[in-house]
Design a protein around this ligand. Structure first.
Ligand SMILES: [Zn+2]
Length: 281
C-alpha cells in the first residue's frame, strides 16, 4: 500500500523550460491520472497560438478552443476527452457525482466519480484546484477551492461525502494541490477575512500581515495575505489524510506569468488552467 500511495510528479515538467509540457502529475502506479495544465502547450502549440491551453469559456467565445484543448490534453495523457467532466463553477460547496460523460453542465464546485474513464475536472486561475484519488474504492474527485469555497469548507465536505457515500478512508487518499495564488500575492482586507476566521479553526495561522508600509502611506486599513493552499491542506489533514499523501505544486499563479493564468494579475479576461483526476478504464 505504501508503494501505491506515492504518485510522482515529474520534475522536468517544471524545469528550466516550462514551455515544454503541461504540468502533469502522474498517479500511474495506481492506474490513475492527475494533471494540472500550464498556459502554453509548448510542443502542441500552433505557431500563432500564444495561449494555447486556455480552458476558459465566455460569452464572447464559442468554446471551440476549449474542445480543441481538451483533445490536446487528453491525447497527451492517453485518455478519452469525452470522459473529462467539468461543471459550472459558482464558488459554492455544491458537490456533483458524474458517472458518465456530462451533456448538461451542473452548477457545482466539486465533481466526484466512481467510474474509471471518467475524469472530474475544475478550471481555475487563482483559486486552488484539489485532486483526490482513493485507489481502494476507485473514487476520484476534483475540487475548486477559492476563498469562498474554503469558507464554506468545501474540501472537508468532499471528504465527508466520499466517506459516507463510498466508504472511502482518508488514509487511503492521494491528494494533489495544484497551482494557486500564493501567500506572496493573495492580499485581502480584514472585512473579507472575518468569515474565514469564523469558519475555520486556527485560521489565524494561515493569515499573515500584508503590505503595511503601502497601506500606511495610502491611509488605508492594513491588509493581510492568505495562504489558501495551507488552509486547505489543514482541512485535509484534519480529516485524516496523511501528510505524506498530500502533494503540493507550491507554485503561485500570480508570480509565474509564463506558466499560469491569474485572475488577480490578468483581470476579468484571464484564461483558465484545467486540473483533472481519474482512473484509467
Ligand atoms: Zn505570488
Amino acid at each position: 500500500m505504501e508503494e501505491l500511495s506515492r504518485p510522482t510528479f515529474p520534475k522536468t515538467a517544471l524545469g528550466p523550460n516550462p514551455d515544454t509540457a503541461a504540468v502533469i502529475g502522474a498517479a500511474e502506479r495506481i492506474n490513475g491520472v492527475m494533471a494540472f495544465t500550464v498556459r502554453s502547450s509548448g510542443p502542441w502549440a500552433a505557431a500563432n497560438d500564444t495561449c494555447s491551453l486556455d480552458f476558459r469559456e465566455s460569452q464572447t467565445n464559442s468554446g471551440s478552443h476549449v474542445t480543441r484543448n481538451l483533445e490536446k490534453l487528453s491525447t497527451h495523457l492517453g485518455i478519452d476527452a469525452h470522459g473529462i467532466v467539468t461543471c459550472r463553477q459558482i464558488h459554492s460547496d455544491r458537490i456533483v457525482v458524474a458517472n458518465g460523460p456530462s451533456e448538461s453542465v451542473p452548477s457545482a464546485d466539486a465533481v466526484i466519480t466512481e467510474r474509471p474513464g471518467i475524469y472530474p475536472a475544475v478550471k481555475t486561475a487563482d483559486c486552488l484546484p484539489i485532486l483526490i484519488l482513493e485507489p481502494a474504492k476507485g473514487i476520484a474527485a476534483a475540487v475548486h477551492a477559492g476563498r469562498r469555497g474554503t469558507v464554506l469548507r468545501i474540501t472537508r465536505k468532499v471528504l465527508t461525502f466520499m466517506k459516507k457515500r463510498y466508504g472511502c478512508e482518508p488514509s487511503d487518499m492521494i491528494v494533489a494541490l495544484g497551482p494557486a495564488i500564493g501567500a506572496c500575492c493573495y492580499e485581502l482586507d480584514e472585512r473579507v477575512l472575518t468569515p474565514l476566521r469564523q469558519a475555520i479553526p486556527h485560521a489565524e495561522r494561515f493569515i499573515v500581515a500584508g503590505s503595511q508600509d503601502r497601506s500606511r502611506k495610502e491611509g488605508q486599513t492594513p491588509s493581510y495575505r492568505l495562504d489558501l493552499t495551507a488552509v486547505n491542506r489543514y482541512e485535509l489533514e484534519a480529516e485524516g489524510v496523511p501528510d505524506k499523501n498530500i502533494h503540493e505544486l507550491k507554485l503561485c499563479t500570480s508570480c509565474n506569468p509564463q506558466l499560469f493564468f491569474s485572475y488577480r494579475r490578468d483581470g476579468i479576461h484571464s484564461g483558465r488552467q484545467l486540473s483533472l483526476a481519474g482512473f484509467r478504464p
